[in-house]
Structure formats: structure tokens, C-alpha cells
Design a protein around this ligand. Sequence first.
Ligand code: ADP
Ligand code: MG
Length: 627
Amino acid sequence: RNNAEKFEFQAEVSRLMDIIINSLYSNKDIFLRELISNASDALDKIRFLSLTDKEVLGEGDNTKLEIQIKLDKEKKILSIRDRGIGMTKEDLIKNLGTIAKSGTSAFVEKMQTSGDLNLIGQFGVGFYSVYLVADYVEVISKHNDDKQYVWESKADGAFAISEDTWNEPLGRGTKIRLHLRDEAGEYLEESKLKELVKKYSEFINFPIYIWASKEVDVDVPTDEDDSSDEEEKAEKEEETEKSESESESEDEDEDSEKKPKTKTVKETTFEWELLNDVKAIWLRNPKEVTEEEYAKFYHSLVKDFSDEKPLAWSHFNAEGDVEFKAVLFVPPKAPHDLYESYYNTNKANLKLYVRRVFISDEFDELLPKYLNFLKGLVDSDTLPLNVSREMLQQHSSLKTIKKKLIRKALDMIRKIAEEDPDESTGKDKKDVEKFSDDDDKKGQYTKFWNEFGKSIKLGIIEDAANRNRLAKLLRFESTKSDGKLTSLDQYISRMKAGQKDIFYITGANKEQLEKSPFLERLKKKNYEVIFFTDPVDEYLMQYLMDYEDKKFQNVSKEGLKLGKDTKDKELKESFKELTKWWKGALASENVDDVKVSNRLDNTPCVVVTSKYGWSANMERIMQSQTL
Ligand code: ADP
Ligand code: MG
């Protein structure tokens, strides 16, 4: 084309496209859901703009917020069009090739090691999956602020952009034309496309139509009775009979008249066929939504189409001053970068809708940082629709929403434990009965804890209002847990008569702690001691002072009381001179005091940290951080 401008793909994008086009990856289906997801995003954008400016929608067909799929079997072209926001010339240049998204190189790397393209959508480069099935792609787009343009590329390192003077005008939106490769012929089958939309795009909130063919029988007049074919004749007679019996009111005369000679032929007609049910899952009654449906909804929400189900979900309807519906999910796995630069970044994971209209997935006001591993959405009827995102972000209702979401999230997590048969260890028999025998639930809390336990600890540190609720969710090993995880409630149920404090010790690992002289006497007296071996535990215990009216006592610190011993006073007296001398001798070594201790059994002496000082483990952690 003579008006085409040529551009080179940014290097990382070009690499990504090379990998995709040469990929032997068998699941090529994913391209369709990526295109539909982009169309849906574009529709969300124009709908959002229309809240404050009705004019942007235009009129006539342009107001129809929908997605259309069309096939051209002869030319082997599959096209997907939307009436979304569209792209200006500049958008086309930037979004489709010259600027690499932050996830591009991460995805390229992942592709090279795992070869799994399934997560492409999560990395923000889903569009390029079109090259799994096409060797030439055209993107025709019309944005309200610009003319209609065509972007085209054969994935050969370059793309071209031209003002569109030859295609039909789109009005507004984007049409993607995929020139399918020979081996991608299956995507020219309507049935295949229908199946894919059902499978992957069921939860798109805009109608998806396919230009579907329909075989219909039509009677066409024939010039002469040439139907020597007996079968056809019989068929025709049968049909006439049927229509007679069905229409009794028909004129007798007409019936006796000589029938006009017709024959039935198959004819193909086309019409738009709706492929999805656009009723949003969160508007439905939770009792009527199946587990399968929640799992599928989760997968489409996070663009992860692996088979792993979410660990838990909570679907509820909040009423009162602030009304909203929400669905929250605990993912099956933590993303690899969940705790990376935890304090510097906000990773919002909930989508916010106001009265069914998608507003943003970047609101970090909805959940506290420590819960940002959750996925899901909130749809509020209380928030105003016709204000900017910035104003919405300041809205007072958000605080109430956040509070309720936290409560529900913690309930959901508590339930994972309650329903897990493994969690019943160490509980009373009457408690055991409430656990189901459901194999699906077995070991789920351990799984949760291994993936997200650190988030619960960070929550205890950050969220004073929910500290006790979060402490209930805490798991750890102890001198009596027998290699398994145990909870504070279970610890308390095992406490010795007269034991006031909850004992714990911190260190690098359990093996080392088990040999600690600090445990000698406690073990001998049959007290249980919690092992805290995660660096974050040291910080945690600065915030977690007590639980159910019991104080926490670090057994390597001053203040350990193991019940009264009548000999204590005597011993203290008889060693008075020795301790005094010793204290003097160590005065220059940062030693505060020397005391007779009842915490040891075989070891003659031990260094103890003062009540408010850093434990030895904390010293170790701090040292490794400064190095
Ligand atoms: P992502 O959807 O995660 O942003 P993609 O690679 O799928 O990544 O798409 C890249 C960008 O191209 C989108 O962010 C969007 O700006 C633009 N885009 C793609 N498809 C469309 C479309 N149908 N309408 C408008 N913009 C689109
Ligand atoms: Mg996309």
C-alpha cells in the first residue's frame, strides 16, 4: 500500500513473536480468549467513559457494546470485532509493537524454560498469541479521536500502519483479521469457535455473537415434474400430509387443486447467534452457582487456565449503608513475586465495578496490603457512577467496603481450616465430628499456610484491629507438634495446669532449636514450646503480645517463670557472692546481670537476652541484613 508507514517491533516483542510463531505448543486455542478479553477490555473502557460523557457512544449500531466473530472459509480469515474504545494511530504504534510491556521479558524467559504459553494473558502480551494460528494479521481500528487505521504484520520483525481507505468504516472499535495458517484450519469451523467461547469466555460481560450458518429447507418451484426420484417424491408427500393435518382451516377447494410443482432444497442462511449468557456470576444467588462455575470464573478472572482450583472462595452480598456484592478467591498458589518489594508496591487484585460497570482493577483501597494475594471483584450499588476514578478513590464508602471485605476474607480462610480433616489433630473428639471426610478438603489448610502463611504474619503486624482473628490462623511447629503444624488454640488446650504463659523460642531452624539449652528444663517439666523459625517471626512477636489472655514468653529472654520452687530463694542466697563477682568480671562485656536460673538442666550456664533487648536470633537476622 502506498500510504503505509513501516515500523520495527521493539526487540523483546520481536523475540516474543519469533518464539510464538515457531512454537510447537499444542494448545493454540488460547488466542481466541485473548482477543475476546481485549475486546471486552476495550468495551469496558468506552462504557466507563460514557458514564461522564454520553456522547462518546455515538448512535445507532455504535451504541451496541458487543463482540462479533465472523468466518470467511474461502479466504481462510477469522475476524473478531468489537465496538470498544478503538485505537488511534498512536495507540496502534505503541500498544501493538513499539513499547514492550513490563512483563514481556519475564514471559520470554518463562517461555524458554517451560514452553507453556498458557499464562500469556497474565504477562500483558496476550495479543501476540494470534501468531500461533495466523501468519498475517490485520488490526483495523477506529477511535473517536482519530481516523480509521490498519495495522498489519507478518511477524517478520516489522509492522505497517496505513490510513484505512478501503475497508468498510467501523464507526468505532476494532476488528482483528487473522489470515489463518494452513494447519490452523480447525478455527474455520463454527463448532470449534463456539466450543472455545463456551470454554474460555463464558464470563465475559458483553454479548459475544458468531455469524452462524444455518441450513434451512426451502421449497423452490420446479418447471416440470422431473422428480423421478421416488424417495424425494415420498418425502414431499409426507410433508404435504403433515401440513394438511396441522392446518385444518385450510380451504377445501385449494386442497383439491393441483399442487404447484416444488422441490425442497437445502439453503444456507446466516444470522448472529449469541454464544454467552451475560448475567454476571456475582449477581446470581450463591446457592445456585456450582463449584465448577466458581472455578471457571476464577480462571477467567485471573487469566490462568490451568486445572488447579482456587483453595477457597467467598461470594456474598453486603447490605446496609453500603451495599455491594463480592466474590473473593484464595488462589491455589502464591505468585513468585508476592513478597517482592512488599512495602514499596501496591498490587491491587480486586476488580471494582459500580452497578455492573467495570471501573478499575487498580484500586488498592479495597484490601490491605497483607491480603493482596486474594483475587476477586466487588460490585457496589452505593458508589456513584458519574465521577472520576480519582474522586471515587476518595469516597467514604470505600472504608466500609474494605472493613467488610477483610472480615469476609478472614472468615473464608478460617473455614479452610475448619473443613480440613487434617486440622482436627489434637482436638477433642466432639470437635472432630464437625470435620468432613471430604478428601478434597484434606490438607488444604497446610497448603494455604505454606503458600500464604507469611501474609497472615504480616497481617498480625499491620492490622491491630484484626490481630486476634489473624492470630487464630497462625500455624507453627512446637516441641509437641510431632513435625506437624499446630495452632495457638491447640497449644492452649495442651497447656499444663497452672501454666500462665505461652512459651516460644526463635531461631534459624527447628533442628538447631531442638538442641537449645533453653529448652532443657522446659522439656523436662513437660512444657510445650513453640518454634518460630521465619525471620519475620521476630517482628511478629513484637506485635503479638498476648492471645486469649495469655502472654507470650520468649524462653531465651529474661522473665521466664516456671512455677515456684521453694529452693529458689535458698540457692539465690548461697550463690550471692559468686554472681556478684561474676557480674563485676563481665561488666565490660555488655552483660547487664548474672542470676541463678531455674531454666537449665544439664548445661551449667547460658546467655539470656534482657526483656526488651534483641534476641540472639534477631541479632543474627539484623547482621545478615546489613551484610
Ligand atoms: P493486555 O490486554 O494485557 O494489555 P495485550 O497484548 O492483550 O495485553 O494487548 C495490548 C494492548 O493493545 C492492550 O493493552 C490495548 O491497549 C491494545 N488493544 C488490544 N486489543 C484491543 C482492542 N480490541 N481494542 C482496543 N485496544 C486493544
Ligand atoms: Mg489482553
